[in-house]
Design a binder for this molecule. Structure first.
Ligand code: GLU
Length: 293
């Protein structure tokens, strides 16, 4: 903690280039930029493009264009996650060596069928904070030999964290320090409600959870300022930080910008896109007013 206090603050804005930035991103980027300026800290920009199927160089270029137009300045070079898959692989290897991950072979359809079967029989299948059903625990029981045979067979799989073992290893006293727009102070983390989260897939060498904690540590990020939609996911992040021996940043989850129906903006809400608003003649100061920042 002492070291952390001595270190000058490092903030980061970490968008995924799978669409153009909208007003929600503008709020996040402006808050990060303002807080970095107020504390004489540094603002990093990280391109979170591990989903190679949905992220494109054109959207990445759009991010630079929109941020520069908003008047935001960030430290170069930018870290692009797809250039660093070996860092995430190394972290996964560590978790494998600790015996905390297993290869999981059920497809989304198979999981859905299992959930339906259980719900028809009157049971309620547990769901994570985002509403997705928790992954069934069948694959946890497989012997090493059986898993190796399945891996050799070329079936698609994902490496999942065995949440029970992981919590046993890390201990239950997990928490983080929060200064955002909702609950504040020391927040007790309950990663168990996420079940056996995915850490990598055969077609994507890292998951969001794994790469975000590895990068925040490698980039010496001290302050994570992001949308409230990621508040609950922070429980998984602090668990992974503990397991991997990584430092824990301070967290600030800000309010979300919603559309006219009260729903969180998505990249398909073209009207709220920074580029569209710019073309309609709005200025960066208008954007600040619109997001209340
Ligand atoms: N890449 C994430 C997004 O675009 C943000 C991740 C983070 O700030 O931790 O929603």
């Amino acid at each position: 903690m002492l070291d952390r206090q001595r270190q000058s603050p490092v903030y980061r804005f970490a968008p995924s280039p799978n669409g153009r930035l909208h007003l929600g991103h503008a709020l996040s980027a402006l808050l990060n930029s303002d807080m970095a300026a107020q504390t004489r800290g540094t603002l990093l920009l990280r391109i979170e493009d591990i989903d190679l199927a949905r992220c494109t160089p054109a959207f990445e270029a759009g991010i630079y264009e929109d941020l520069a137009w908003l008047g935001i300045d960030w430290q170069k070079p930018v870290r692009r996650q797809s250039d660093h898959f070996s860092d995430y692989r190394q972290a996964l290897e560590r978790l494998k060596e600790m015996g905390l991950v297993y290869p999981a072979f059920m497809t989304r359809g198979e999981v859905q069928a299992r959930v339906k079967q259980s719900e028809i029989a009157g049971g309620r299948w547990p769901r994570d904070p985002d509403g997705s059903p928790l992954y069934p625990q069948d694959d946890r029981q497989r012997s090493e030999y059986e898993s190796a045979e399945l891996l050799k067979s070329g079936r698609r799989y994902a490496w999942r964290l065995d949440m029970e073992k992981a919590i046993e290893h890390a201990g239950r006293d997990l928490s983080w320090m929060e200064s955002g727009d909702g609950e504040r102070g020391i927040i007790l983390a309950d990663p168990e409600k996420w079940g056996d989260v995915i850490l990598s897939r055969s077609d994507a060498p890292s998951s969001y959870h794994l790469s975000v904690v590895v990068d925040d540590a490698l980039q010496n990020v001290t302050h994570v300022v992001r949308g409230a939609d990621l508040f609950q996911a922070t429980a998984v992040h602090v668990l992974l930080q503990k397991l991997l021996g990584l430092p824990q940043p301070l967290y600030h989850h800000h309010r979300l910008i919603t559309d006219a129906t009260g729903r969180k903006l998505s990249k398909s809400d073209g009207d709220a896109g920074i580029e569209a608003l710019r073309h309609r003649g709005l200025s960066p100061a208008d954007i600040r007013r619109l997001v209340g920042c």
